[in-house]
Design a protein around this ligand. Structure first.
Ligand code: AQP
Length: 343
């Protein structure tokens, strides 16, 4: 409905909540870089406000934010072509999130799969209010820039749908056509990379088991050992990808291989048909190391100069604020707040 009125603008974010995983890389970061290369206006954010929805050690959070910025740049994001910044340096995220907290409904939040997964087996009453309201802040992150497209992994699809619901409800309640109805961009062979220990769970940087994931900072030995020990089944690889439907761990490794090699999973299965995992896993480990080692090396180089990272983030926050401020001002006007002070 409203999309045509807004220029193509991409926003996405990643939490500085630990080491980036191969899942973050294949599901999100790689796509971020492609969109930058397509010449689209791109904003990429280290969402530190989201990170503190669960406990973060302050010194660790600061270090993780710089590591994430270094990872962004090591993967190919260029601060001259993409706006790179951390969320807490642009006050508008929290301000717009408050407005959206008053637009969104409690029931919408309670139905979010990620909320259910993150509280499964725990006392939900003891979780932070921020964790519950997380999708409302995420909607603010996106809509603060009138972003039209958001590259994400499959796990974030429901949150983007909620962002669309919030935009539509705001537009409807206030009788305006102000916020765009954002499109998720979920593409590629690895939009949902699964844990190496359990093919039914997504690979996650906060999984208690480090063996469940490949971190972008893992060295060649760690990558090889994690892939060697990855859970599989005793069967060799079949001759058709469709035969992996009931074999989640095997399917996951094939998908990872396909995404790294830039091939279709069907072709990977064809090439390894009848081969045991003892043959497939070393080939996958070699591929992963060849792909990740240059990123890790570049990251280390960038992290040697934390002041430069902070400068880049500050500059990015200024650029992001320049886009956000008129949108936030107009939002406040629409809502009915008196605006008598010039900023
Ligand atoms: N396993 C995955 N496969 C594909 N994409 C993934 N993403 C995350 N895990 C996978 C995508 O990475 C982006 C950033 O995610 P995030 O860090 O903001 O939050 P998350 O989705 O909750 O990722 P994690 O690793 O599971 O973080 P923690 O453990 O801190 O909650 C998103 O686009 C996401 O889709």
């Amino acid at each position: 409905m409203t999309a045509a009125k807004f220029s193509h603008r991409v926003f996405s974010g990643i939490q500085p909540s630990g080491n980036l995983t191969l899942g973050n890389y294949l599901g999100a970061l790689r796509r971020f870089v492609e969109m930058q290369e397509e010449g689209i206006e791109t904003l990429y954010c280290m969402v530190d406000l989201h990170a503190i929805t669960v406990w973060q050690d302050p010194a660790r959070l600061r270090a993780s934010t710089r590591e994430l910025a270094a990872a962004f740049m090591a993967c190919g994001l260029d601060p001259k072509r993409s706006i790179l910044f951390n969320q807490s340096q642009v006050a508008g995220h929290a301000q717009l999130a408050w407005v959206f907290n008053c637009v969104a409904r409690m029931g919408w939040m309670g139905r979010m799969t990620q909320w259910k997964e993150k509280t499964a087996g725990k006392n939900a009453e003891a979780e932070s209010l921020g964790l519950f309201a997380y999708p409302s802040l995420m909607a603010a992150d996106i809509l603060l820039y009138h972003a039209t497209h958001v590259p994400v992994g499959e796990d974030q699809k429901q949150h983007i749908e909620l962002t669309r619901d919030i935009a539509a409800k705001f537009n409807h309640d206030y009788g305006v056509d102000f916020f765009p109805i954002t499109e998720p961009v979920i593409e590629g062979a690895a939009t949902r990379v699964m844990s190496l220990r359990d093919g039914t769970k997504k690979m996650s940087k906060s999984d208690p088991s480090d063996m469940s994931r490949i971190n972008l900072t893992d060295d060649a030995d760690a990558i090889a050992s994690k892939i060697r020990k990855a859970r599989t089944d005793p069967e060799p690889l079949p001759d058709a990808f469709s035969a992996l439907a009931e074999r989640p761990e095997a399917r996951n490794l094939v998908n990872i291989y396909a995404a790294l090699a830039g091939e279709a999973p069907e072709k990977v299965v064809e090439d390894f048909a009848g081969k045991p995992f003892s043959e497939f896993k070393p080939a996958l480990a070699d591929l992963a190391v060849a792909h990740l080692a240059p990123i890790t090396t570049r990251m280390k180089g960038l992290l040697a100069d934390p002041a430069e990272i902070d400068r880049i983030l500050g500059e990015g926050a200024d650029k992001a604020s320049a886009i956000a401020e008129p949108i936030l001002d107009r939002t406040f006007e629409i809502v009915g707040f008196v605006r008598s002070r010039s900023r």
